[in-house]
Design a protein around this ligand. Structure first.
Ligand SMILES: [Zn+2]
Ligand SMILES: [Zn+2]
Length: 104
C-alpha cells in the first residue's frame, strides 16, 4: 500500500496529476520538481516550502517590483514633460526678448 501523497504529483502550472517518478508534466511539459536553494533537496513544485529545511522555494516579491518599476516610469514621464514644458517657456521668453530688443 502506497501513501496517498506519493501516488500523484500535481503540476504547478496546469494542475495535471502525474505519475510519481516523472520529471516533467505529461500535459504541459513543465517541471514537476524544484531544487531547494538553501539545502538542494528535491521538492515538488506545488509546495511553497522545502520539506527538508523549511525555507521558501519560490520568490513572491516579483510582482511588487514590477509595480514599483511602473510607478517609477510614470513619475519619470511626468518629470520629463515638466522639464520640456519649462524649457519651452524659457525658449519662448528668450526669443521674445531677443525680438523686442531688435525691434525696439
Ligand atoms: Zn502541467
Ligand atoms: Zn531546503
Amino acid at each position: 500500500m502506497q501513501s496517498e501523497s506519493e501516488e500523484t504529483v500535481i503540476c504547478a502550472k496546469c494542475k495535471q496529476p502525474n505519475d510519481p517518478g516523472l520529471e516533467r508534466c505529461v500535459r504541459c511539459q513543465g517541471h514537476l520538481y524544484v531544487a531547494c536553494r538553501a539545502c538542494g533537496a528535491k521538492n515538488q513544485r506545488v509546495l511553497t516550502k522545502c520539506r527538508s529545511c523549511g525555507s521558501a522555494l519560490h520568490r513572491i516579491k516579483r510582482k511588487r517590483k514590477m509595480k514599483n518599476l511602473y510607478v517609477e516610469g510614470h513619475v519619470w514621464r511626468i518629470i520629463v514633460v515638466c522639464i520640456l514644458f519649462v524649457m519651452g517657456i524659457i525658449a519662448w521668453v528668450v526669443v521674445r526678448h531677443y525680438f523686442f530688443n531688435r525691434t525696439v
